[in-house]
Design a protein around this ligand. Structure first.
Ligand code: IPD
Length: 287
């Protein structure tokens, strides 16, 4: 029987270098998409449903990120929202969201971002180790970075998640999926949570929701349906800022459910979400 050798933990210098590459390419893609908003933004295609949209800038931003990674890190793999995965040989994969918050981008709401993370191991939130990440929101003028074991920062200044609050005093962020049968359950869950919290926010970009937890702009956040590129960089930044980022039935966040905030608050919210079985979908609704 062969025993798998754990991947070597990169040094702080390597993590710092990966973080600086993440920031550099996220900023370049951010500049591209910000300039792209000067012309009318239109839907180029749709994905899982008619409201799950792709703009020409999603495609252009991912192309730019991929070109820069090919130049700077030719041996690494890439997993991107629009073009899928390309394998590498180094054991590191870049997990990229060229525009997180595409619907905000389409409507000119400034809460959108480029999210870039370097992970070691297969690019699967159930097993990966996120080494470095950057969430850059060009229209907000905010750049969040994190390196494993090295802290979380907004524009170079350290950020910290809020101390635990009673649920009744907690500002809770969330998001909704694009499929109707998922939204049926999400509406039910929100209806049960709203009377129990300070208030609810739906800001429209998961990576920025996680960064909001990291800097105390939200006390708690949860969402069902996050893809690897929605959460890789933001989850690292939130964790490095002292938050706990977990799933519903696993300590790993993922598509099934992601919950973030101070540990005690996360456990209280997790208990409620378990009671509500928040990781289910309704049967398909015929429109
Ligand atoms: C979406 C946003 C949104 C979240 C959705 C994501 P996209 O990402 O993060 O806030 O609710 O689950 O898919 O499609 O804009 O990259």
């Amino acid at each position: 029987m062969s025993i798998a050798t754990p991947a070597a933990v990169p040094t702080a210098a390597v993590i710092t270098e990966l973080t600086s590459i993440a920031e550099r390419i996220a900023r370049m893609a951010g500049q591209l998409i910000l300039e792209g908003r000067r012309s009318p933004v239109e839907v180029a295609s749709t994905k899982s449903s008619a409201v799950d949209v792709v703009t020409a800038m999603d495609t252009a931003s991912e192309k730019l990120l991929r070109e820069m990674l090919a130049e700077l890190r030719p041996l690494d793999g890439i997993l991107g929202e629009e073009e899928g995965s390309s394998a590498g040989s180094s054991g590191i994969t870049w997990v990229i969201d060229p525009i997180d918050g595409t619907v905000n981008y389409l409507y000119g709401i400034p809460n959108y971002a480029v999210s870039v993370a370097a992970v070691s191991g297969p690019p699967d939130p159930a097993t990966w180790t996120v080494l470095a990440g950057c969430v850059h929101a060009p229209a907000l003028g905010a750049t969040y970075t994190g390196g494993a074991g090295l802290g979380a920062f907004r524009d170079g200044l350290a950020v910290r998640a809020n101390a635990p609050q009673p649920l009744a005093m907690s500002l809770l962020g969330t998001g909704f999926g694009y499929a109707r049968n998922r939204r049926v359950v999400q509406a039910e869950v929100i209806a049960r949570l709203l009377p129990q919290v300070r208030d609810i926010r739906r800001l429209g970009a998961a990576a920025l929701d996680l960064c909001a937890v990291a800097e105390g702009g939200l006390d708690l956040y949860f969402e069902r349906g996050l893809k690897p590129w929605d959460l890789a960089a933001g989850a690292l930044i939130a964790t490095e800022a002292g938050a706990s980022v977990v799933g519903l039935r696993s300590d790993r966040p993922g598509e099934n459910l992601t919950i973030a905030g101070p540990r005690e608050g996360v456990e209280t919210l997790r208990g409620l979400l378990l009671e509500l079985a928040a990781d289910r979908d309704a049967p398909d609704v015929v429109v």
